[in-house]
Unconditional design. Structure first.
Length: 381
């Protein structure tokens, strides 16, 4: 909201004008206000998130608008009422010419404001404006400094829509069973999302999961990132129980540390992430293996030899974090949001860039089934 300025007269004869000014100010403060909001929200206990910034796969924060949480802040109402415009005439003799029932209910979108509400407000405005114009409905963005506060507001229905990292969405949905993903961003290089791969040395005699019995494995799960639990769970479903069947399981700081152990022969396999499921593109597609090879490059050795790595197993693909709504939202409204969001990249690139800075190809539809592996593990935990 803009700042209010008041002119103060030097004589007592201006007091009626001053009284009227303060009355208008009181009315403005007491009315529902639109645009961008921040306030207090009732929170409730939720399962601890695996990591607040979700460094689930890469060791860095999930590249979307839900950034580093801090302390709790929460929503107040928000919608812009322009008092400079004449109010509609609802007929002579009416005490209140404004019929509030004619005003559509705003769509309230929650986001984590890792750099403060003012920064988020400026950055996200093209996205908010695009949705408001496309829906012909007021849209407000509510800033939170903590992911847990956002989840509490969403699951309790205080906000309608939120943007999550994939793992955090799974934990939030597991806490209530009340959220529905609409769309997720994707890249041209990884349209299905990311995979967890079990990588071995090519010169080993390990080619199937059965060959891993009695062997050792390294993975990077410093903060208990959910996708690694998903991969271990799926390995178990396919006959390899890591706790029972492996001789040793090593947890390392980064995927590169796990791959370094594999190349040196200190372990028999490494569980890492990749945007490809194919061995022929293992070193060229974004992922832990490609990053490991890139880290070997130096000025003296700009083209290091590729390690003899081979993938023998992959998980189901895990999509990027979704834009999700409460399941109480009507089906028709959900369908309209999906249609508008999927066209955003084409219709308004600035709006897309405001809300998505990592994935380059736009939004695609997702369902609860898309996140089923994550949700299953989150629910069990």
């Amino acid at each position: 909201m803009g700042n209010f300025r008041t002119s103060h007269g030097s004589t007592r004869q201006h007091w009626p004008l001053l009284a009227a000014s303060w009355l208008v100010l009181l009315l403005v403060v007491c009315m529902p206000v639109t645009g961008f909001a921040q306030g207090a929200v009732e929170t409730r206990a939720l399962p601890a998130l695996p990591t607040q910034t979700d460094p689930n796969l890469t060791g860095t924060a999930d590249p979307d608008v839900t950034g580093q949480p801090d302390t709790t802040a929460a929503p107040n109402s928000a919608s812009i009422v322009d008092l400079s415009q004449p109010m509609p005439d609802k007929g002579s003799g009416a005490e209140n010419p404004v019929d509030l029932t004619d005003m559509p209910k705003p769509l309230r979108i929650g986001m984590v404001a890792e750099r403060g509400v003012a920064y988020l407000q400026g950055r996200i405005e093209p996205f908010r404006r695009y949705l408001q114009q496309s829906l012909s409905q007021p849209v407000e963005v509510v800033g939170f400094r903590a992911m847990q506060a956002l989840i509490a507001a969403h699951t309790s229905g205080q906000i309608d829509y939120a943007i999550y990292p994939a793992s955090t969405f799974a934990m939030a949905h597991a806490s209530c069973g009340c959220l529905m993903p609409l769309v997720a961003p994707f890249s041209t290089q990884a349209p299905d999302g990311i995979y967890m791969l079990l990588v071995v040395r090519g010169d080993s005699n390990i080619r199937t999961l059965a060959d891993m019995t009695g062997r050792s494995m390294a993975l990077s799960s410093k903060s208990g990132a959910l996708p690694f639990y998903v991969a271990l769970h799926e390995l178990g479903l396919q006959g390899l129980n890591p706790e029972r069947d492996l001789s040793a399981l090593y947890r390392r700081e980064t995927p590169q540390d796990a791959l370094d152990m594999l190349e040196k022969g200190e372990v028999d396999a490494a569980l890492v992430w990749s945007t490809t499921q194919f061995n022929q593109s293992l070193f060229t597609s974004e992922g832990a293996v490609a990053a490991y090879l890139a880290a070997k490059k130096t000025s003296r050795n700009p083209n290091p030899a590729q390690p003899d790595f081979l993938s023998i197993w992959r998980s189901r693909p895990i999509p990027a974090g979704p834009h999700a709504v409460h399941n109480q939202m009507p089906k028709q409204q959900r369908a309209e949001l999906i249609r508008i969001l999927k066209r955003m990249k084409q219709d308004d690139p600035d709006a897309y860039d405001a809300v998505e800075r990592y994935y380059d190809a736009g939004f695609q539809s997702v369902t609860l089934e898309s996140y089923a592996p994550l949700i299953a593990v989150a629910t069990a935990r």
